[in-house]
Ligand binder design. Structure first.
Ligand code: FDA
Ligand code: NAD
Length: 431
């Protein structure tokens, strides 16, 4: 017979949400020893994942663990394995759960060990979408890099250092594409970016905002191939290493390494049949409860109602949401909160010496006004059909400017169009 370890609470996952959930249970709810297990397939304690495409690749000296374990971004000391031990939290690393039986409230790991829970917080996050899953020829060749977990960041770092003055192709024009390109360039690797849209970061940027960043990338020697995708990869003389990148447009590029960032897929497989799903995520209500009363969810894996926007169901792949939803779900799970989760969408990125932030919403027919393009500070607002400011963006804002823009996105005042258009015409960043 298999022995079963029983816990009052299990957090399934070892990413950003898990780290913040553990901290909330320990620091806010003073959970007793050995009532909580954090179960992670990763081999290291939860860390601030955003560091992998930033400080891990570019800082001097590069960011390394234990420096960026959670919850350093919230100002705390890094939660090393010692922190978990000291607080009586069982941190089960390199432990992939392969079966979840919600009726008997048991999880089974790959090695057969079993864990029973009273309440379960799902924080299984997302994984990078891989080109070989799409059946692409040559996608299994060496020299093609993805970036989701720390082991991949290490491989990418080493490849980058081995390819100084050589050439990389970056596939995808989103977050990974832009951040990894900046890291490669900063390390002396020449980059060509390939993506299907007409401009970078198509899911957020307007053409004008994108042009601003593309100009900066171009000045650093980056070239763009837009409006096409990769058709296949090939090696040279059977080396097993990627050398040629054939595009759907017919062009063939040569490169010494390839980085792929073509989106993420939520890790829901264990629960696809057992829990209600929506929009590729595990469906939760405004209290972050799944369709099973003892199971809660947080982070990239959940589809949740956005209270600010009439409870529109959405999935968010950003760290601010992972942290906040994890802490909120914990409060609900222990019976300390009956408040709904009220998230103001917040996205940010850092590349080169630049740092942009966005708050709020980008409705499909929003009017956008961009000001201050030349400073190089850039400010933009999104205005909805009813004439209210719903989204705000700033490059390299001061703390005060950022607080003001965040406030505008939260309160959604009517836009003073005349003033905004004047500011845009004057390209006045303070307008
Ligand atoms: P996350 O993916 O962090 O963690 C999921 C965990 O669950 C992993 O530890 C995984 O191993 C584990 N797991 C999954 N299934 C399991 C199973 N069956 N058994 C055991 N364990 C299992 N966002 C942002 O706002 N600003 C930024 O700058 C960045 N930068 C950034 C860079 C890079 C390189 C990436 C990959 C992502 C970002 N993000 C970001 C996104 C942000 O990191 C992301 O939204 C959060 O990490 C989501 O946190 P979760 O805990 O939900 O999932
Ligand atoms: P993304 O959704 O930001 O961008 C995907 C990009 O892939 C699209 O912009 C498109 O250009 C491209 N694309 C899609 N299909 C393609 C195809 N078949 N061939 C070529 N290009 C294709 O996803 P990502 O950049 O891969 O990021 C992965 C995850 O990591 C996301 O959840 C993202 O939010 C997260 N992340 C966030 C940040 C941040 O918030 N600063 C930074 C890094 C990663």
């Amino acid at each position: 017979t298999t022995s079963v370890k029983a816990y009052e609470y299990i957090v399934l996952g070892g990413g950003n949400a898990a780290g913040y959930a553990a901290r909330q249970l320990v620091e806010k709810h003073a959970i007793a020893a050995h009532k909580l297990a954090v179960i992670s397939a990763e081999s290291v304690a939860p860390y601030e994942r955003p560091a992998l495409s930033k400080g891990y690749l570019t800082a001097n000296p590069p960011a390394r663990l234990p420096g960026f374990h959670t919850c350093v971004a919230a100002g705390g000391a890094p939660q090393t394995p010692d922190w978990y031990a000291k607080h009586g939290v069982d941190l089960l690393l390199s432990t992939e759960i392969v079966k979840a039986d919600l009726a008997s409230k048991r999880l089974t790991a790959k090695d057969g060990s079993q864990y029973a829970y009273g309440k379960l917080l799902l924080a299984t996050g997302a994984d990078a979408l891989h080109l070989n899953e799409l059946g692409m020829a040559g996608a299994e060749l060496d020299g093609i890099y993805y970036l989701r977990e720390i082991a991949e960041a290490e491989k990418l770092y080493e490849a980058m250092k081995a390819n100084v003055n050589k050439h990389a192709v970056v596939v995808g024009g989103g977050y990974i594409g832009l951040e990894c390109t900046a890291a490669l360039v900063a390390n002396g690797v020449r980059v060509t970016m390939v993506f299907p849209e007409p401009h970078v970061m198509a899911r957020l940027f307007t053409p004008q905002i994108a042009a601003h960043y593309e100009r900066i990338y171009a000045e650093k020697g980056v070239s763009f191939i837009k409006g096409t995708v990769v058709d296949s990869f090939a090696d040279e003389h059977g080396s097993g290493r990627v050398r040629f990148i054939r595009l759907k447009s017919g062009a063939v590029l040569e490169a010494d390494m390839v980085v792929v960032g073509i989106g993420a897929k939520p890790r829901t497989a264990l629960f696809d049949k057992a829990l209600a799903m929506e929009a590729r995520g595990i469906k939760v209500d405004e209290h972050l409860r799944t369709s099973n009363p003892d199971v809660f969810g947080a982070g990239d894996v959940i589809t949740f109602p956005l209270k600010m926007y009439g409870n529109r169901m959405t999935r968010v792949e950003h760290v601010g949401h992972a942290r906040q939803s994890a802490m909120h779900a914990v409060d609900v799970m222990v019976g300390a909160s009956t408040e709904p989760y009220d998230y103001l969408p917040f996205f940010y990125s850092k590349v080169f010496n630049l740092s942009w932030k966005f708050w709020g919403d980008t409705p499909p027919n929003a009017k956008t006004i961009v000001a201050g393009e030349m400073n190089p500070k850039l400010v933009a607002v999104w205005i909805d059909d009813s004439g209210h400011i719903v989204g705000t963006f700033i490059e390299s804002g001061t703390e005060q400017e950022e607080a003001k823009l965040k406030e505008l996105a939260r309160t959604r005042p009517p836009a003073d169009m005349e003033r905004l258009e004047q500011a845009a015409a004057a390209k006045d960043p303070d307008g």
